[in-house]
Write a protein that binds this ligand. Sequence first.
Ligand SMILES: Cc1ncc(COP(=O)(O)O)c(C=O)c1O
Length: 440
Amino acid sequence: MSDQSIPRSPGNNLDPWYANYAERTSGLAASEVRALFAVASRPEVVSLAGGMPFVSALPAEFITGSLEKVMREQGGAALQYGSGAGQPALREQILEVMALEGIRGTVDNVVTTTGSQQALDLVTKLFIDPGDVILAEAPSYVGAIGVFRSYQASVVHIAMDDDGLNPDALRETIAHLRGQGRRIKFLYTIPNFHNPAGVTLSAARRPEILEICRQNEILVLEDNPYGLLHFDEKAPDALRSIDENGVIYLGSFSKTLAPGFRVGWALAPHAIREKLILAAESAVLSPSAFSQLTVSEYLASTDWKAQIDTFRGVYKARKEAMVAALEEYLPDLSWTDPDGGFYVWLALPDRLDSKQMLPRAVKELVAYTPGTAFFADGRGRHAMRLSFCYPTPENIRVGIRRLATVVNGELDLLDTFAGTGPLQIASRDLHVSAPPPDLD
Ligand SMILES: Cc1ncc(COP(=O)(O)O)c(C=O)c1O
């Protein structure tokens, strides 16, 4: 058969290979966050959209010193392939970091990864067949939803409130799904300073959530990049500190050091850890030795806990600036008031659609992330995520003032043209507690 006779699937004008992609790519779409980065990076725009850590608060000379020392003393290893599980010295130090959140693990069960994002990908690859269910908070981290979609998982959201994931909602959803014969593979949860909701799972709920999952043989995937960035009170101990067999714990140096190193990790029960290493090796052979050795040197030679305290102070001041500005400029709306992390979740009046409003906001030189980015089922239109991690307190204030102009302008327009009567203010909840339109 000549090449010319091989049937070719129809493409389209933009992409001649359109019809050839694997089915699982149908869930691959540029996230709203990503599309926004391009616009929001213009200097005149106050971006409350991205989750970029404020790396300028790092002591640059220590980072440079660590880099130089690594090259001087371990240059050969730094430039070489390494172990699929990661550098042993760094994995020891990761145990010290996790001990701050009550976790006791063994070096053997720590696998370093290219950011915790890669760990999310690997765990999903290990457990998900198309159609399997992943339970996730409502709302949930946009980057995790993207990974889950790419493995054709069905993401079912569980309601949260100011104390985090709601155990009753979890129980009911599990029973409902089981009644339909669905296969639930794991619960994905961000217990501390949630992205995007800004809330923390209470200490009282932690054992309850774990017990529900244990009874239903559902693995827990605990994602905790923000846990050490508390403003005052420490977050309760990690879920993994209560249950070491039923929890895979993900950590990261992206928020407590810098995302540029791309160093994260997974702490997994032994059998899972074996499979994780095999999956990691087939994905990247080994994570960057250069990055891991530099992070390891930084941890060994710097007062990294004091640096985390510095970050906590920076983010606390920014959170306070955001909440004060919301109180001043948008007093009728409701928002979460986080005890740590990077994010505030703002509920809008039901008549406003955060996605539709975004172009107007960008025109007014402020950017945010529409709530729809954080749901797999189309919800989130009446909410948005506001990040306070990157802009200065002064710029946060300017940004919220501009946002108020947009919100009030939209409401005026609706009042003028729709004759909808007096403004209905959203109730003081997360605006995410309605049941999903269709659990399938
Ligand atoms: C909840 C959550 N998980 C995981 C990640 C990925 O982090 P990294 O891959 O940089 O470790 C992020 C980044 O923003 C996040 O917010």
